[in-house]
Design a protein around this ligand. Structure first.
Ligand code: TRP
Ligand code: SF4
Length: 400
């Protein structure tokens, strides 16, 4: 039950750019070696805001998955799937909606922010209000406890924790829970029971996380408990009833510092991106035409790298020696801007080379991607169905 499972999703926005690569994908690639990872395409989430664009969604889904694979997400390490292919997410969303106070949803900061930002769209819909709850279902259905997200998504993870807590509180409480839990404590044997009680008190009175971990470890190594008693005792450490849905934690991804072609953050909405599989010629052209320090009108005018977006790219791609060369050469007009840009062009192309090669393999054989996703969906579904079985049961829905 207390696994180290990582889950994250991305809305299908189509081809990804270097900002996604440096900001998100490199982190996922690292995590896939450290944890059991699930990464999915949040296509229903895309529909909450782009319900009027059904023609593009499919292409965006596959383009994005191919970019994940091209970037180095390894289907042998991580499970990749599409949200709408695991319909269990929708059932959990519906069931959770029964206990979700409207006020909680209205208070999520992204609700009003996004409505204002996308003012041209009518977002006073039921689906859009429910965005964070659908996200909670995505997470809770895998009992994932680590969710790598950017800062903007942290309120959604906190919301998911509150929903999990409320769910456990409402449905984890069987009649006579305390009595049953106390009886289960006795079954631990005198020595273990004493230790369990001490650790529980320490956790409940002082919030001591080590005591919580120790009490859980004690239960893990206790063999002779029934499944029901085990779950009761796990829940009882924390005071409440059974823990049916695990509370997730955000694994904060550092904000991407990847600058775009104009020095602002790289983003599709600023039209300053280099895509992950941008053609070499186009990369070179985009960088060659980047604006530089406006003080350098003529080749002989000295400049200041701090006022130049190209310098921002050197910070990402260049070693100390190269950076020193830029600083010196720019301030003394010893180098020209095109000369300064060339190493950046070379570095971006070198970074993209293995990505472009892998992407090509997947483009050459589309069945490969389809079967990776089919396998991922199947694996995800099995876990989702297990959780849903438990959820249905505690909600009184397990009749045939
Ligand atoms: N809302 C997330 C975003 O916009 C995408 C997402 C949907 C997600 N479901 C999720 C992220 C579950 C993490 C976990 O980036
Ligand atoms: Fe920018 Fe380099 Fe030109 Fe200086 S030399 S202005 S850092 S491109």
């Amino acid at each position: 039950m207390f696994t180290n499972r990582v889950l994250s999703g991305m809305r299908p926005t189509g081809r990804l750019h270097l900002g996604h690569y440096h900001g998100v994908l490199k982190n996922w690639i690292k995590l896939q070696h450290e944890y059991e990872c699930f990464f999915f395409v949040a296509d229903w989430h895309a529909l909450t805001t782009h319900y009027d664009e059904p023609a593009t969604i499919e292409r965006h889904v596959w383009d994005m998955v191919i970019d994940w694979l091209g970037a180095g997400i390894d289907p042998a390490q991580a499970t990749l799937f599409i949200q709408s292919h695991v319909p269990e997410h929708a059932e959990l969303h519906l069931l959770l909606s029964m206990i979700t106070p409207l006020g909680w949803l209205e208070r999520v900061p992204t609700y009003r922010d996004q409505q204002e930002k996308l003012a041209e769209k009518d977002l006073s819909t039921y689906g859009f209000l429910g965005y964070p709850l659908l996200q909670s279902a995505d997470i809770l259905i895998y009992r994932a406890n680590r969710v790598p997200v950017g800062e903007d998504q942290v309120p959604h993870i906190e919301f998911s924790r509150e929903i999990a807590r409320r769910f456990n509180h409402v449905f984890g409480r069987e009649p006579g829970f305390e009595l049953k839990a106390e009886a289960a404590v006795k079954k631990l044997g005198a020595r273990r029971a004493r230790l369990y009680r001490q650790l529980r008190t320490k956790y409940l009175e002082q919030g001591d996380a080590e005591a919580l971990a120790a009490a859980r470890a004690l239960l893990e190594e206790t063999q002779n408990l029934t499944l029901g008693d085990r779950e009761r005792l796990f829940g009882y450490i924390e005071g409440g009833g059974k823990v049916i849905l695990a509370e997730p934690q955000a694994l904060l991804t550092e904000a991407s510092k990847m600058p775009g072609l104009d020095g602002q953050k790289m983003s599709k909405s600023y039209n300053n991106t280099i895509s992950l599989r941008e053609e070499a010629e186009s990369v070179a052209k985009k960088i060659r035409t980047m604006p530089t320090d406006p003080a350098r009108v003529k080749r002989s005018d000295p400049g200041d790298p701090e006022k130049c977006p190209v310098w921002q790219l050197h910070l990402v791609y260049s070693d100390e020696e190269r950076k020193e060369w830029v600083q010196q050469g720019c301030r003394s007009a010893g180098i020209g801007c095109l000369e300064c840009k060339q190493p950046v062009i070379d570095a971006v192309l070198a970074e993209q080379r293995p990505i472009r090669e892998r992407v090509q393999e997947y483009l050459d054989d589309p069945t490969l991607v389809k079967s990776i996703i089919a396998d991922g969906c199947e694996k995800a579904r099995r876990i989702a169905q297990e959780t849903l079985r438990d959820v249905r049961e505690v909600m009184g829905l397990n009749y045939g």
